[in-house]
Design a protein around this ligand. Structure first.
Ligand SMILES: [Zn+2]
Ligand SMILES: [Zn+2]
Length: 433
């Protein structure tokens, strides 16, 4: 097999030289030794807008572990929410949970579940939630809710601990034996692959949840997507690809709605709500005027306001729909999505990952409408596999995924990226460690 080439360079000035890597091995062979004196550089969030570069000796992967050289990391809105104090997170820590990298070394002994390990220098993405593999939920295949999960980009930084390299805002990520890793085709651009580990896989999980809960395929369904950030845009593309009869996208940001149209929305609604959205999509889909008579084909999810043109967002009703997916996390958008459901409709909540005002629920309407409300947080390994396959197929078919990712900057510019995200920028900013 191919030896690992000397691509372990550090982007940070002053970092110790990181040299040639190590030869690859298969499962069952002895662990690859990473020569002493080689370091990874990580950008550690030290609170507020303070970031510091730390150098960590490259670990020798233990049994089933994988050492990955990060090629591109994208910035999820939740990274910015952590850095700006809107979302609690351990500090200091290495943030970042979306990225694509190249396998540098694999430990011996085989991986959890008996999966064959990717061989260096394979490009890979990895599940941001690493289940313990021992608890009742892991045993039931619900690793997203593992009782002892380690989440990449969400652990306290301990340079001497086993999770010292556990965020994508660094040159390397050190993956435990139970981490799920998905191979990426060699020719898939990094900008297309990097968002898979959060945005694409979570959107895949949301659509899968909609299908499970509703008991019907998305083909022919009327689908509402509120919040047209990276997750919402991906869900729009997936719903359209699945043959939805209608895909309605709602957001406060007209530029995002134009993107939604490009990615398959059949109709867009510009919401005249507050632009501050606490959720994963960072764009509120605040459709005012929701009322409770949406069951039975009389749904009204409020009226979008604002400008419209022949090819721009138009005001209109968002319902009735069979499936509503909220990625905004805005309470008003959640209420509007609920109100938009037709009978037997399913609401999937994804963006509500921080405290928000309660949303009124009319239980009679849920009963008479046979409505289903479900939540998706994180995702399962199969969703990441689905996400990569979807990105590969639709990229080859011409969907401009790479256009959603800004030109990457070095790790040293991370603070500005995390504290300065605003409208008008691509949904994903990026760093190349
Ligand atoms: Zn994320
Ligand atoms: Zn577990």
């Amino acid at each position: 097999m191919d030896p690992v080439q000397g691509d372990l360079t550090s982007a940070d000035a002053g970092a110790p030289a990181v040299g040639g890597g190590a030869p690859a091995v298969d499962a069952g062979m002895p662990a690859v030794s990473v020569a002493t004196g080689e370091y990874a550089a990580v950008r550690v969030w030290a609170g507020g807008s303070r970031f510091e570069t730390h150098h960590v000796p490259l670990p020798v992967p233990g049994d089933g572990e994988i050492l990955v050289r990060v090629r591109l990391a994208t910035v999820c809105a939740s990274d910015a929410h952590t850095a700006t104090g809107r979302r609690p997170g351990p500090c200091p820590s290495v943030l970042g949970h979306e990225g694509v990298g190249q396998v540098v070394a694999v430990g011996g002994g085989g991986r959890a579940g008996g999966r064959p390990p990717p061989r260096p220098p394979a490009p890979v993405v990895w599940n941001m939630v690493v289940g313990c593999g021992r608890c009742d939920r892991c045993a039931a295949g619900r690793t997203a809710g593992c009782r002892a999960a380690a989440k990449i980009g969400h652990v306290a930084f301990d340079p001497a601990g086993p999770l010292a390299l556990f965020g994508t805002f660094g040159t390397h990520v050190h993956l435990p034996r139970t981490a799920h890793v998905t191979r990426v085709p060699d020719d898939l651009p990094d900008e297309v692959a990097a968002p898979a580990a959060c945005a694409t896989a979570t959107a895949a999980a949301a659509l899968a949840a909609a299908v499970r809960a509703s008991g019907r395929p998305l083909a022919g369904a009327r689908v509402l997507v509120s919040g047209a950030g990276m997750l919402g845009l991906t869900a729009v593309a997936m719903a359209a690809d699945a043959g939805a009869a209608e895909v309605v996208a709602v957001d406060v940001d007209r530029s995002r709605l134009r993107l939604a149209t490009a990615f398959g929305a059949s109709r867009t609604i510009v919401a005249d709500g507050p632009t501050e959205a606490p959720g994963a999509g960072a764009h509120a889909a605040d459709t005012h005027g929701a009322n409770g008579d949406g069951v039975g084909g009389h749904g009204a999810a409020g009226h979008g306001a604002g400008g419209h043109g022949p090819d721009g967002p138009v005001p209109g009703r968002a319902g009735p729909v069979d499936v509503a997916l909220d990625f905004s996390g805005a309470a008003t958008a959640v209420a509007a999505a609920l109100a938009a459901l037709d009978g037997y409709g399913t609401l999937v909540l994804v963006g509500s990952v921080m405290p928000s005002p309660a949303v009124a629920l009319d239980p009679e309407r849920v009963v008479r409408g046979r409505l289903t409300i479900t939540g998706v947080h994180n995702y399962e390994p199969a969703d990441l596999d689905t996400a990569v396959a979807f990105l590969v197929r639709t990229h080859r078919a011409g969907l401009p995924w790479a256009s959603l990712v800004a030109r990457p900057i070095p790790l040293t510019g991370l603070a500005a990226l995390l504290t300065g995200h605003s409208t008008g920028q691509p949904p994903r900013l990026a760093v190349r460690p």
